[in-house]
Design a protein around this ligand. Structure first.
Ligand code: SAH
Ligand code: SF4
Ligand code: F3S
Length: 431
């Protein structure tokens, strides 16, 4: 039997796309290789969101040249956002690569594995993989794509160029995939889209989708990613209150705390709008985790703009944040902006932001001491309590002392914090 091996980089959507390719290959008799050396087909699924990600992935691809030399019949492919952005530029210097698949050409994976070569990078405006159900994940958690693409064109972002227009998957297909996952024993589902707030299958929007998924028995936890502050449907909070399975966590990328920079980023909201949205959410539900993404060093970001970001971070007190320094992307509007910020300043601002946010994250973890929480066990606790093996309904990774079966829910009391991670002690029956 022919064996395949997929290396995945980038966001959760890329992980999902790799599962799509696995499904297609397995339907045609391929099996997963135990290691890359024994594979007949190797695919690198790539991310182009920042230059650093591209460099990393290209050097990994270049390292595969020796594999191809050792085994000339190996089929070597590159998939995902990097080839969609760079197209033939990527193969020019890499004649050892056999095939290139853009995010909307994954169905060609079988034909390419069987011998077709070349560049397959056509973006498509229809919800392409709606009726494919990979139903796969890192047990007991799985991602399920509910929409693909993005049409927001934030001025720094490559995604609209690599993934095309947004298109929602049919609710019937999403439910079918979640039901399959439930049958396989999966317990936590994360619904994915670059901008899930815009989910619209012409019948149902995000709040309805969440509530329908919550009705699928056996699924215990439901998360969703990513929300855009300009389009957040506040009714989601009402659904969250009605459905305890929906995680009390919203990932709401702020990107910058300066309205001037937000305008240059084409984010459509101002800092006041963002603050009002947070207040509205916290008024409707007092017990909710908020996480975010922030970019520092965007072209034209002055010390005052950066201070405004810090003020927002100190004022809102996010539970956690992904923080990046700006990376110019070819084709995007921001890459044409003058007034770029020098590397040293970008690094300084990033370190300052990380220092402040890390302290907030640590304080928030500390404040959870003594709390009793129902957590989902997601892994073995093999490494002596150093690695988190459970997740709370606030989407917080937790270390639970003792060994428990993956996929079960345990009541724990938070007794300690290691680094940023709360440590929970399981309650006894009588507690
Ligand atoms: N769809 C999501 C996430 C997109 S990419 C959203 O709208 O928020 C994930 C994060 O990467 C973004 O939120 C942003 O903070 C960061 N990012 C995207 N492009 C970037 C760039 N050119 N430079 C630095 N960070 C970037
Ligand atoms: Fe990129 Fe903006 Fe779309 Fe997010 S919403 S994927 S940051 S263009
Ligand atoms: Fe990267 Fe593409 Fe995802 S650029 S973040 S893999 S959508």
């Amino acid at each position: 039997m022919k064996q395949y091996y997929i290396l995945t980089y980038g966001c959760q959507m890329n992980t999902y796309d790799s599962h799509l390719m696995e499904l297609l290959l397995e339907e045609h008799g391929y099996v997963q290789a135990g290691d890359i050396e024994h594979a007949d087909v190797v695919i690198v699924n790539t991310c182009a969101v920042r230059e650093h990600a591209v460099k990393r992935v290209l050097s990994r691809i270049d390292s595969l040249k020796t594999l191809k030399r050792k085994n000339p019949s190996l089929r070597l492919g590159i998939a995902g956002c990097v080839p969609q952005q760079l197209k033939a530029r990527i193969t020019k210097k890499r004649p050892f690569v056999d095939f290139i698949l853009g995010p909307d050409n994954l169905k060609d994976v079988v034909m390419c594995a069987q011998g077709a070569s070349g560049l397959f990078v056509d973006l498509n405006d229809t919800p392409l993989y709606s009726d494919l159900y990979p139903a796969n994940g890192d047990f007991p958690e799985a991602y399920v794509s509910v929409m693909r693409g993005c049409i927001n064109f934030c001025s720094y972002c490559i995604v609209p160029y690599t993934r095309g227009k947004d298109k929602s998957r049919r609710i019937h297909d999403i439910k079918r995939e979640v039901e399959k996952l439930a049958l396989k024993g999966y317990k936590r589902i994360v619904l994915l889209g670059q901008n899930v707030n815009n989910y619209d299958d012409h019948e149902k929007r995000l709040p309805h989708l969440l509530s329908e998924i919550a009705h699928i028995n056996a699924i215990e936890r439901i998360g969703f990613l990513t929300s855009h502050p300009a389009f957040f449907p506040i009714e989601v909070i009402d659904v969250m209150k009605e459905e305890p399975k929906i995680e009390k966590c919203i990932h709401l990328p702020l990107q910058s705390g300066s309205s001037k920079i937000l305008r240059r980023m084409n984010r459509i909201y101002t800092k006041d709008h963002y603050r009002e949205l947070i207040n509205e959410i916290r008024t409707r539900i007092d017990d909710i985790a908020l996480t975010t993404d922030i970019i520092v060093g965007f072209p034209g970001e002055t010390e005052d703009d950066f201070s405004e970001t810090m003020e927002m971070v100190n004022g809102i007190r996010f539970d956690s944040a992904y923080m990046f320094q700006y990376s110019p992307r070819r084709f995007t509007l921001a890459s044409t902006y003058c007034s770029s910020i020098d590397t040293e300043t970008r690094m300084r601002r990033l370190h300052e932001l990380i220092r402040v946010q890390s302290e907030i994250t640590r304080q928030k973890s500390n404040a959870s001491r003594g709390r009793i929480l129902d957590v989902l066990i997601i892994g073995e606790n093999e490494k002596n309590y150093l690695e988190s093996n459970a997740i709370s309904v606030y989407n917080k990774r937790i270390v639970v002392q003792g060994r428990f079966e993956s996929g079960t829910i345990r009541k724990v009391r938070i007794i300690d914090v290691k680094g940023w991670t709360p440590v929970g002690k399981p309650l006894q029956e009588h507690e």
